[in-house]
Design a protein around this ligand. Structure first.
Ligand code: 5GP
Length: 179
């Protein structure tokens, strides 16, 4: 059990399950981007742990950089992306892999995708540890998915509840959520 602010969470995905999946995603990426000029763009803050673990298994010659967006407050997506901050690297002609912690409605990813596309990359694909297919209404479905999960709020392993709870090795779900 995990208590954050007013909410109680129970374990949903153990770290060993997460690690096995992360290694599997890395294998798929190593295969798909072999010989390509690749740049990984991790979306802060939530994806920091996933990106760190994932990159340890990436054997490609590649770049990694980090961007930040603001779109989410509390437990409901506001459906806004104010801006993508921090992209100082030239991505023209490069194969971009966006590293996300979770794709929920897909609104954030659509906006990031649109903002990156104007920089003329060779391609843009998305690797997301978590995906909520029942909540998704976007155009850009993740190409590499760790776990498809129900439309319930999760925290941990980088994901927060009002900025707390990012520093756990497991992923937790609100108690009483069905899965
Ligand atoms: P979307 O735009 O796909 O609806 O939401 C994207 C952002 O909302 C994610 O990057 C993440 O920050 C946040 N988010 C969506 N679902 C959850 C969730 O279950 N838990 C947490 N902690 N954040 C979430």
């Amino acid at each position: 059990m995990l208590q954050i602010h007013d909410k109680t969470f129970e374990i949903y995905l153990r770290n060993d399950e997460i690690q096995a999946k992360v290694a599997e995603i890395a294998r798929a990426l190593n295969e798909a981007y072999d010989g390509k000029d690749t740049i990984f763009i991790a979306v802060l803050n939530g994806a920091f742990m996933f990106a760190s673990d994932l990159m340890k298994h990436i054997s490609l010659s590649c770049e990694i950089t980090f961007v930040k967006v603001s779109s989410y407050q509390g437990m409901n997506s506001t459906g806004r992306v104010d801006e993508v901050i921090g992209l100082t690297t030239d991505i023209r002609g490069k194969h971009v892999v966006i590293i996300e912690d979770i794709v929920d409605t897909g609104i954030t990813m659509d906006k990031i995708h649109t903002l990156l596309a104007v920089e003329h990359p060779a391609s843009v694909k998305i690797a997301s540890l978590l995906f909520k297919p029942d909540a998704f209404k976007g155009k850009n479905k993740p190409d590499f998915i760790g776990f498809s999960i129900p439309d319930a709020f999760v925290v941990g392993y980088g994901l927060d509840y009002n900025e707390h709870g990012r520093n756990t090795q497991h992923i937790y779900q609100l108690t009483g959520s069905s899965h």
